[in-house]
Ligand binder design. Structure first.
Ligand SMILES: Nc1ncnc2c1ncn2[C@@H]1O[C@H](COP(=O)(O)OP(=O)(O)OP(=O)(O)O)[C@@H](O)[C@H]1O
Ligand SMILES: [Mg+2]
Length: 578
């Protein structure tokens, strides 16, 4: 048997580093948190090679006293906690006193700092070896540089992805932090190119606009509620601004971004009836609650938090969003939420008491919860009279979303959106393949404000967009203009198409033909008639006739079925006629 020995501190640090520092994005996050804890007015972030070669964070905050520099890089040394009870009421982003020690273990770390009214000093740590404190005469504040992450740990370095992938994670970390601290000015530069330049924002909406474009921000709905102890404030997207991915879903508590499946589940439930399966709403929510109701010390990288009463937040989110939608023209489309599935695994806070829906959430105005009231259903008589769909086929639109067709040997029920989306997709695909997409020049080009990341996507995919009939041109600053769109897109605005496509491109890790498909799916999805669109008999007719194009595959591009068939034999059997 080997003898048991206490590990040397350097080994302990390196093990801890594995928990805190996973990739450049974790370095960005830790350095940003340190900068923010120092009370800065601005923070500048610079990366090289996705952050693998360099992460530099410069702040104009309170700085570090020269004699404290060695402590700043020592494990379990912090200026933010003194006694164990402080853990119960953490008011800073950092508190463990291990981020810099961990980073210094797996990279070359250089800190230069000057507190106001004092001389500055610098200190370097390389693979755990701490150098001497030297004088430094810079501006007030702190600059921290992390060079060659995992340069001394080849095994960890091998796990890093391509610089482009690391960059996108690092940029996400920046975006989350910048969202959480609108009053601080930020910038982000990658390989010498400035990607974000965010002035201090007066409102949260302004910060969202700075990061994602002002047209997106202007369309968001503001929500605010308070159940006496927990307050929530933020913005949610209109259903028609739905997304293919979760990139625009952000939760914060006390200036800290966090992940929480349970709260996102409540959001999904609130949107029930408003979104198609697989589509994601935009949400930015900030929670305020007493410090003893939330524990931030549950995750090594502080990505998750634990709430004392998770179901309370669940109910608050559900009720707040629902009452917002009920008060709008979307109210009639809402579908009652389903009871959450208990024990779906995941974090602690994703466990929801199964009796949650027995104790319905309190509505802000004390009224009956909105989803208990029956949603107004379109009446049957609203359907158009039967349209001639082809020889021997009668077709009727029902509930403004389904078309029922009498076929030679039964009935077919068509999802109008799914079918139309599929048709548009097939046609676009065929014409792109033939190099003959019929594009329509716009008399008035549409302007679009984009985020810097979206500008990059446009630059990268101009050709693919062009092949699909969409000409997108730079217009200066963060604005592009769309000068043409495919004729097949009908009345759908070019801006809507481009937004959807960018959204998909940023979520996709595809390339080549798969990328083109992603673009076509996005366009087809936005251009297709929606559930809820009333159709004229001629339109019903055309759709039913054209469905033969996709007869061989009854699925829309998302993989949702486009139609259901009931044969006469099925019907006869159901009614016991045979
Ligand atoms: N940019 C900065 N400005 C001022 N002080 C800083 C800065 N960065 C680090 N420090 C000082 O260095 C100490 C150590 O930082 P470190 O990130 O290692 O620990 P922490 O922030 O206290 O806790 P955590 O490990 O949870 O991040 C901090 O407590 C703080 O006093
Ligand atoms: Mg820290």
């Amino acid at each position: 048997m080997a003898r048991i020995e206490k590990l040397p501190q350097s080994v302990v640090n390196r093990i801890a580093a594995g928990e805190v520092v996973e990739r450049p994005a974790s370095v960005v996050k830790e350095l940003l948190e340190n900068a923010l804890d120092a009370g800065p007015t601005r923070v500048d972030v610079m990366l090289e090679q996705g952050g693998i070669a360099l992460v530099r964070v410069v702040d104009d905050g309170g700085g570090i006293e020269p004699e404290d520099l060695p402590l700043a890089v020592a494990a379990h040394a912090t200026s933010k906690l003194r006694v164990a009870e402080d853990l119960e009421r953490i008011g800073t982003l950092g508190f463990r006193g291990e981020a810099l020690a961990s980073i210094g273990e797996v990279a070359r770390l250089v800190i230069r700092s000057r507190p106001p009214g004092d001389a500055g000093a610098a200190l370097e740590v390389d693979g755990g070896r701490v150098g001497a404190v030297t004088p430094h005469g810079g501006a007030v504040g702190t600059t921290v540089e992390v060079h060659q992450l995992f340069g001394n740990v080849p095994a960890r370095r091998a796990f890093l992805r391509a610089p482009q992938t690391e960059w996108s994670h690092a940029a996400d970390a920046f975006v989350r932090t910048a969202l959480a601290h609108p009053a601080v000015a930020f910038s982000l530069t990658h390989n010498g190119r400035q990607v974000h330049d965010l002035p201090a924002a007066a409102t949260w909406r302004d910060r969202i606009a700075g990061l994602f474009g002002s047209s997106l921000a202007a369309r968001l709905l503001e929500v605010e509620a308070d159940d006496g102890e927990v307050a929530v404030h933020g913005f949610v997207g209109r259903p028609e601004d739905d997304m293919a991915g979760t990139r625009l879903q952000h939760l914060f508590v006390a200036g800290r971004p966090f992940r929480d499946r349970s709260i996102l589940h409540a959001v999904q439930q609130a949107y029930r009836g408003l979104l198609l399966t697989g589509r994601q709403p935009i949400v930015f929510l900030h929670f305020d609650l007493p410090p003893d109701m939330v524990d931030v010390n549950v995750h090594p990288a502080k990505m998750e938090v634990r709430f004392r009463d998770p179901s309370r937040l669940y109910r608050l989110v559900l009720a707040t969003l629902r009452s917002k939608f009920l008060a709008s023209d979307m109210g009639t489309r809402l579908v009652p939420p389903t009871a959450p599935q208990a024990g779906r695994g995941g974090g602690e806070s994703s466990r929801i008491p199964p009796d949650l829906f027995a104790s319905a959430a309190p509505e802000p105005d004390g009224a009956v919860p909105g989803w208990m009231a029956a949603p107004a259903m379109p009446a049957w008589e609203a359907a158009e009279p039967a349209a001639a769909a082809g020889p021997g086929e009668r077709a009727v639109q029902m509930h403004d979303r389904y078309i029922v067709v009498e076929t030679a040997d039964g009935i077919e029920v068509i999802d109008q959106h799914a079918l139309h989306e599929r048709l548009l997709y097939e046609r676009l695909k065929a014409s792109v393949a033939a190099g003959s997409v019929e594009a329509q020049r716009l008399l008035v080009p549409e302007r679009l404000d984009l985020s810097p990341a979206e500008m990059e996507l446009v630059a990268e995919h101009t050709e693919t967009l062009g092949a699909a009939g969409m000409r997108v041109e730079a217009f200066g600053g963060s604005t592009v203009i769309v000068t043409s769109k495919p004729v097949l897109a009908g009345k759908t605005s070019a801006a809507t198409l481009v937004r959807e496509v960018l959204d998909r491109l940023s979520a996709a890790s595809a390339s080549g033909q798969m990328l083109v498909d992603e673009v076509l799916h996005g366009m087809a999805c936005k251009a297709a008639i929606k559930a809820g669109d009333p159709l004229s008999p001629a339109e019903v007719d055309a759709l039913v006739r054209d469905r033969r194009v996709v007869a061989e595959s009854h699925h829309c591009p998302h993989g949702r079925p486009t139609s259901l068939t009931l044969t006469r034999r099925d019907l006869d059997r159901q009614f016991r006629r045979t």
